[in-house]
Design a protein around this ligand. Structure first.
Ligand SMILES: C[S@@+](CC[C@H](N)C(=O)[O-])C[C@H]1O[C@@H](n2cnc3c(N)ncnc32)[C@H](O)[C@@H]1O
Length: 342
């Protein structure tokens, strides 16, 4: 075994072990409020099945790295003190999250941080998280919360989008290509892109100003990127201006008509033959053993549009906007689609 593989394997095992423990502690602290009734739980895949599927994700991730499709993650060995500080902040905040779960209070942010320029559907405490997407504290906790949810697999799922992205560049000179990351959040995927293609011009857009501020810090070692505060329904870019658009974990948080508006906007800003690389939650039927867990998710947390997303006909949505579906695959809990503008 090479040193690179050894470092990757050990670091990712530790990572998963850490986040699995955090996940289990979260369930224990949160109690029956967030756990399914026994009847529903019986239909769930077992912990062993989930962790075996998570191992498959890491095997695939390493195979991609070894094949040179992308480089190994930069942050394999994070500073343990910083990790412990994050964990402490996460568990402190969990108490507030659980209070919201208990009272069903998901509209706190609409009163406390009202902002007339933001769409009404957005002014909610998604996942019952403190301040929704609208504070520095929420931005600081977000990536940790997502990793706890996916037992340490979120970054590896995002990295799978680097494979179709690489294919999208074909033989073009990287300096002549530009990419938009729609709903870039704290810039995790933009950092992945930069780590692989430092000279590529990447734009990120998001509705959350605090998340964009953190994205700027997370990207401070790179150049040739810009971050725009804006709405995916009305992209502030001219027609046919990007070679590729990536969009990770946005659509399940949008009402159905908004999903349609965003899709049309992505189509508009892509150059002819440009690629739309879409990563989001699995839908019902994508991998039947996970269906009961997907159906339970919006019961355990505040995901107001998730049930509709699970049943939305995305293939029809994208084809109606005139995209051609090039590929559709699954990576753990993610559905990855590559769509080509005709
Ligand atoms: C679940 S997070 C995903 C963030 C990031 N792509 C990732 O991989 O973690 C959803 C993101 O979508 C943003 N968002 C929601 N509605 C939006 C819209 N209409 N336009 C732009 N961003 C939006 C939120 O602010 C948030 O950062």
């Amino acid at each position: 075994m090479t040193f690179g593989k050894f470092s990757y394997t050990i670091s990712q095992r530790l990572r998963c072990g850490w986040f699995l423990t955090n996940h289990a502690a979260t369930m224990r602290i949160s109690g029956p409020m967030r756990r399914p009734a026994r009847q529903t739980a019986n239909a769930f895949p077992s912990a062993r099945e989930i962790s075996s599927d998570l191992s498959n994700l890491f095997s695939r991730d390493w195979a991609n790295i070894e094949a040179g499709l992308y480089v190994a993650p930069e942050q394999q060995w994070p500073n343990p003190i910083r990790v412990l500080k994050k964990a402490r902040a996460y568990f402190r905040d969990l108490q507030k999250v659980n209070q919201r779960v208990a009272t069903g209070n998901s509209r706190e942010v609409a009163h406390s941080i009202y902002n007339a320029s933001l769409p009404a559907y957005y002014l909610q405490n998604f996942h019952f998280q403190t301040d929704g997407y609208l504070s520095e504290a929420s931005a600081e906790l977000y990536d940790y919360q997502v990793e706890v949810l996916f037992s340490g697999g979120a970054e590896a799922m995002r990295r799978q989008a680097l494979v179709p992205l690489r294919a999208a560049f074909c033989d073009n000179n990287i300096r002549d290509v530009n990419v938009l990351d729609l709903a870039c959040g704290t810039g995790q995927f933009m950092a992945n892109i930069k780590q692989n293609y430092p000279r590529l011009a990447v734009s990120g857009i998001d509705l959350s100003a605090p998340y964009l501020r953190l994205a700027k810090q997370n990207l401070e070692n790179w150049s040739r990127f810009d971050l725009v505060h804006g709405n995916g329904e009305n992209l502030p870019f001219s027609n046919e201006s990007f070679d590729a658009v990536t969009c990770i974990y946005l659509f399940h948080e949008l009402p159905r008509p908004v999903r349609r508006n965003v899709t049309n906007e992505v189509y508009r800003v892509l150059k002819p033959k440009g690629r739309f690389i879409f990563v989001d939650s699995l839908q019902l039927g994508d991998y039947p053993p996970f269906d009961p867990l997907l159906a339970h998710f919006p019961v355990a947390t505040h995901e107001p549009f998730y049930t509709d997303f699970l049943n939305d006909d995305l293939e029809h949505l994208f084809c109606s906007a005139d995209f051609k579906i090039q590929s559709l695959e699954r990576a753990f809990f993610s559905r990855i689609m590559t769509l080509i503008k005709q």
